[in-house]
Ligand binder design. Structure first.
Ligand SMILES: Cc1cc2nc3c(=O)[nH]c(=O)nc-3n(C[C@H](O)[C@H](O)[C@H](O)COP(=O)(O)OP(=O)(O)OC[C@H]3O[C@@H](n4cnc5c(N)ncnc54)[C@H](O)[C@@H]3O)c2cc1C
Length: 484
């Protein structure tokens, strides 16, 4: 399948999850593939994101559980004071990162992918330039190019980081010390997960959110119940509607808070450390996109649903982009799915992505998850298309498995079309919500309706019955037969 007049069939720039899946899939399908990486293999997810953060959450979650004497006493268990070693928890995360990175690199090599170290850029159509650390510059031709350069933490103006007292998730992940009092700027999923880790390990947290409410990106009903459990019942002082307009590293760290609307000074806080978790920005500056005239949208690469990069709304030949750099549902599994789809299209198997069926999860204790449309988006769709929106709620406190675990705080909200029963979305807070959402994601992906879903038998007693109850409640509201 290789073309003799090109150095490679495919060059992938960036070896994060998106680049990895694309390169592996292409090589396994007989293409001659190279992947270019300027930092560590594995990108954000493996080195600074999903993998180490979930390791920290796993360890700190055990500390939280064992330290919760009141909870354990309800099972008749008398707990001893819990001791933990911060360095060993950090080591657990670091060791996992090393293992996953090694496995990923080995997998690529085994598939026949050539790994090129350096900063990649475009050098015109079907040409990639690579600047190695030594300064050596090389140019390769490739029939197709996939850009998978990912994202970096966003630090708002006015905030100075030093990596030690004021830092982003890139540094927080190494858990080098445990501040007595830490401010977390931002209450999205990264801020919430780190608040979970820090409070479990005994730190006091002040959470600062510029928007009107904390957890602004989550479903409002889920936020209400999740906030009670994840914020209000913990050593967290959450403030919304205030801007951390100035942060200076030091000992103590000084934070100037101002009113979001008026920009008037509100208060100065002095804390031991600050984690800036205010979102992420695309990594596209080094790509020399002007060499082919591509314009980004605030750094994000415009793509269509087949992952083709767009120039003036039209696909640019043989150029593809996947992952965080495209700004779509910035999650590792989105990047991986996009990577595979891009390659399938390169191979001539036309495929499009279905963003609606991609689930998202926050790995707090308990977890939050969602898939499909928000209630606001579903209402909009309902009024555009002229159908009634159905909304049902299913509670963990009515679920035997959740009760046996003494984890009855939880809610699932299901959104569906009342005319044909199609599942439009779901939002879950509760024990193992991240695992539970997959069942609904599969249903959304197949555009299944609640009548057929309600007929499916769920294991008893399991948390999956929370979903079964939701489907059965929803079915009561539909006026069509299963075959229609
Ligand atoms: C703290 C944290 C926790 C997270 N937890 C989760 C989670 O639980 N689940 C989940 O799904 N997602 C999670 N994410 C998000 C996830 O990490 C990203 O969505 C995912 O890594 C995106 O993959 P990517 O391949 O697009 O980019 P990246 O993983 O960012 O990889 C891009 C790679 O390209 C390289 N690169 C950039 N420019 C160049 C260049 N010019 N030349 C060569 N190489 C270049 C970079 O060095 C990097 O290695 C988390 C993120 C963070 C920060």
């Amino acid at each position: 399948m290789s073309l003799a007049n090109f150095d490679f069939d495919l060059i992938v720039i960036g070896a994060g999850y998106g680049g990895f899946d694309a390169a592996k899939h292409a090589a396994e399908n007989g293409l001659k593939v190279a992947i270019v990486e300027s930092r560590e293999m594995g990108g954000t997810c493996v080195n600074r994101g999903c993998v180490p953060s979930k390791a920290l959450l796993a360890a700190s979650g055990k500390v939280r559980e064992l330290a919760d004497a009141k909870h354990l006493l309800q099972f008749g268990i008398h707990s001893a004071p819990v001791r933990f070693e911060r360095q060993k928890i950090a080591d657990h995360a670091n060791n996992l990162v090393a293992t996953v990175r090694e496995n990923l690199t080995r997998t690529l090599k085994r598939a026949g992918v050539e790994i090129l170290h350096g900063v990649g850029r475009l050098e015109g159509p079907q040409k990639v330039g690579i600047r190695e650390k030594s300064g050596v510059d090389k140019i390769f031709s490739s029939k197709d190019i996939i850009i998978a350069t990912g994202s970096d933490p966003f630090v708002p103006p006015g905030i100075t980081t030093d990596g030690r007292t004021v830092f982003t998730s890139d540094e927080a992940i190494s858990l080098e010390w445990l501040p007595r009092w830490i401010a977390i700027i931002g209450s999205g999923y990264i801020g919430l997960e780190f608040a979970d880790v820090y409070t479990a390990l005994g730190c006091e947290v002040t959470m600062i959110e510029a928007l009107d409410t904390v957890m602004p990106t989550f479903d409002p009903d889920i936020t209400k119940i999740a906030r009670r459990k994840l914020i209000d019942s913990r050593d967290i002082d959450a403030r919304a509607g205030v801007l951390a307009s100035k942060i200076l590293p030091g000992c103590p760290v000084k934070i100037e808070l101002s009113d979001v609307k008026t920009r008037d000074f509100v208060e100065e806080l002095e804390v031991d450390a600050v984690l800036v978790a205010t979102g992420r920005v695309p990594m596209s500056n080094d790509l020399n996109l002007t060499s082919i005239g591509i314009e980004t949208n605030r750094g994000y690469l415009p793509i269509d649903d087949q992952m083709r990069v767009l120039l003036n709304s039209k696909p640019f030949p043989n150029l593809w982009a996947v992952g965080d750099v495209t700004g779509k549902l910035m999650l590792a599994h989105t990047a991986a799915a996009q990577g595979t789809i891009a390659v399938d299209n390169i191979l001539g198997k036309s495929r499009k992505i279905d963003y609606r069926s991609i689930p998202a999860a926050t790995f707090t204790h308990p977890e939050i998850s969602s898939v499909g449309l928000s209630e606001v988006a579903a209402k909009e769709l309902a009024s555009q298309q002229g159908f009634d929106l159905g909304v049902v709620r299913s509670y963990f406190k009515a679920n035997s498995k959740a009760l046996s675990e003494l984890e009855g705080d939880g809610l699932m909200k299901l959104l569906f079309r009342k005319d044909n029963g199609e599942v439009l979305g779901a939002h879950i807070f509760g024990l193992h919500a991240a695992d539970l959402i997959q069942e609904v994601a599969n249903a959304v992906s197949r555009r299944q309706n609640v009548i057929e879903l309600a007929a499916e038998v769920h294991t008893h007693p399991t948390l999956s019955e929370v979903i079964e109850v939701a489907y059965k409640q929803a079915m009561q509201q539909i006026n069509v037969s299963p075959s229609s």
